[in-house]
Design a protein around this ligand. Structure first.
Ligand SMILES: [Zn+2]
Length: 163
């Protein structure tokens, strides 16, 4: 866990928005994940939340934002951009982040935290080896997790997974 005082005000604002989006996702029948794509000047370029309630288990926001960036931003703009997300990218989204050349990833809670929560709630385990962003993209600037978001995000997962 990183000390929360390493969070800049801008990082905190973007991560808070990710948590809001994760809450919207749950309220519309999806899993609790939200993400924001931010340009070099701090402008929010695009945001999305998980949409797996559609029946597509790959409808993750980090993948959607990486694809959007590839289709709408120059290589330079992508390299200077950041994807903020409520929960660390899964390996599919991490690979997309790498393929699309996004510059930085900032997450509120980590994959190891999610793995522990799923076990605690008696939910099915993740359907893949839970490789972290730092393992999959060792050259990427990766920031997180931050403890101040843990309780809120864990509660959203508990709503979805504990029955
Ligand atoms: Zn994913």
């Amino acid at each position: 866990m990183r000390p929360d005082d390493q969070l800049t005000d801008a990082d905190r604002r973007h991560l808070s928005r990710c948590v809001e989006l994760a809450r919207e996702a749950v309220e519309t029948g999806n899993r609790p994940f939200g993400s924001v794509l931010v340009g070099a000047d701090g402008t929010v370029l695009k945001e999305d939340h998980n949409r797996t309630g559609s029946g597509d288990p790959t409808a993750h926001p980090e993948l959607a934002l990486a694809r959007w960036a590839a289709l709408n931003l120059s290589r330079e703009a992508r390299a200077a951009a950041t994807i903020y997300t409520s929960g660390e990218h899964c390996p599919m989204c991490a690979a997309a982040h790498g393929w699309c050349g996004i510059g930085r990833a900032v997450f509120a809670t980590s994959t190891p935290q999610l793995v522990a929560w799923l076990a605690e709630f008696g939910a099915p385990a993740l359907p893949y080896k839970p490789i972290t962003l730092r393992e999959l993209l060792p050259d990427l600037e990766v920031v997180g997790p931050f403890g101040e978001f843990t309780d809120e995000i864990k509660a959203l997962h508990e709503r979805v997974h504990r029955h």
